[in-house]
Design a protein around this ligand. Structure first.
Ligand code: UDP
Length: 313
């Protein structure tokens, strides 16, 4: 039985990855320090003998007994308000945490896949974003702690690959949504769903003309699974290229929830908020034979079912 370590296991993406690897017949070791993760996301896995959970902060030395075949490094605060609240932890988990996991991968002879982000492109000057684009990041802006931590993560991952011959994979994740997103994480989708369900104003920042491209979590997990098992060590964008303005996105959620009390309200645009974002997924298509299958209508419906259960009207 192959053994896989997943850091950030109690988070949104980490918990879905735990589910997938359990389903594929792996022994899964989930690790989290619960800074932004929630054990409710993996509580259903605790009775399984194929699942182990370690409460650990990976910015400290990481030890896992026994064999390890794969490491998926997904621990990090991941929403703009989280990195504003926890700037130092964000930098540490991307830098020291990645270093510790790479050291573990080297010691165990494990293959390691790291979670990078479309934020390495910053406020992009080319559109859509290809993996060859080096980005437009403000290192000292509010998002700098996340963006630069993830850029460092990519650099140290390539260094371990080239210098120590560790087998590595780098996924650049674009906006992803689905069940288990944290209600209060401040991101557009949880904010809009919870506001719509509670009959409040949906807080559109700026005039809402900025764009994002939202990928359903099951599609993302499939792309990550394929990338891990591929032999491609350079970064690969995984995301859904269907782009939408934030205002139209808010309107879609408003329509779906259909609460007469809810409406759109406008708030000021945060500093350095990227104006556009859309993945070029040519590489994922060609190398992994992957493309997203779940459209927004279907994905938003499934996500709404989840939010209905966790948000009190
Ligand atoms: N946004 C918004 N209202 C909110 C939260 C976010 O209009 O309550 C906007 C935000 O300014 C950004 C987009 O929605 O332009 C996506 O933001 P999110 O925090 O979800 O992720 P980002 O893609 O910026 O990392």
């Amino acid at each position: 039985m192959k053994r896989v370590l997943i850091t950030g296991a109690a988070g949104f993406l980490g918990s879905h990855l735990c589910d997938r690897f359990i389903r594929e017949g792996y022994h899964v070791i989930g690790m989290d320090n619960l800074l932004t993760g929630n054990l409710d996301n993996i509580a259903h896995l605790f009775p399984l003998k194929e699942f182990e959970y370690y409460h650990h902060d990976i910015t400290k030395f990481v030890h896992v007994p026994g064999e390890l075949h794969y490491i998926l490094h997904f621990a990090s605060p991941a929403s703009p308000i989280d990195y504003l609240k926890m700037p130092i932890q964000t930098l540490k988990v991307g830098a020291l945490g990645t270093h510790n996991c790479l050291g573990l991968a080297k010691a165990k002879g494990a293959r390691m896949l790291v979670a990078s982000t479309s934020e390495v492109y910053g406020d992009p000057l080319i559109h859509p974003q290809t993996e060859e684009y080096w980005g437009n990041v403000n290192p000292v802006g509010p998002r700098g702690v996340y963006d630069e931590a993830k850029r460092f993560l990519e650099a140290i991952t390539m260094a371990y690959h080239n210098f120590h011959q560790v087998e590595t994979r780098i996924v650049r994740i674009f906006n992803t949504y689905g069940p288990r997103m944290r209600v209060e994480d401040g991101r557009a989708l949880p904010a809009f769903f919870s506001q719509a369900i509670r009959g409040e104003g949906l807080t559109v920042f700026g005039d809402g003309s900025q764009t994002r491209s939202f990928c359903y979590v099951d599609d993302l997990v499939e792309g990550i699974y394929r990338l891990l098992l591929s032999d491609y060590a350079y970064p690969v964008n995984i995301g859904n290229p269907t782009e939408i303005t934030i205002l139209d996105f808010a309107k879609e959620i408003l329509k779906l929830v259909n609460n007469p009390q809810a409406r759109i309200v406008y708030k000021s645009l945060p500093e350095d908020d990227p104006k556009v974002r859309q993945p070029d997924i040519t590489k994922a298509r060609e190398i992994l034979g992957w493309e997203p299958k779940v459209g927004r209508e279907e994905g938003l419906k499934a996500t709404y079912e989840y939010f209905k259960g966790v948000v009190t009207p």
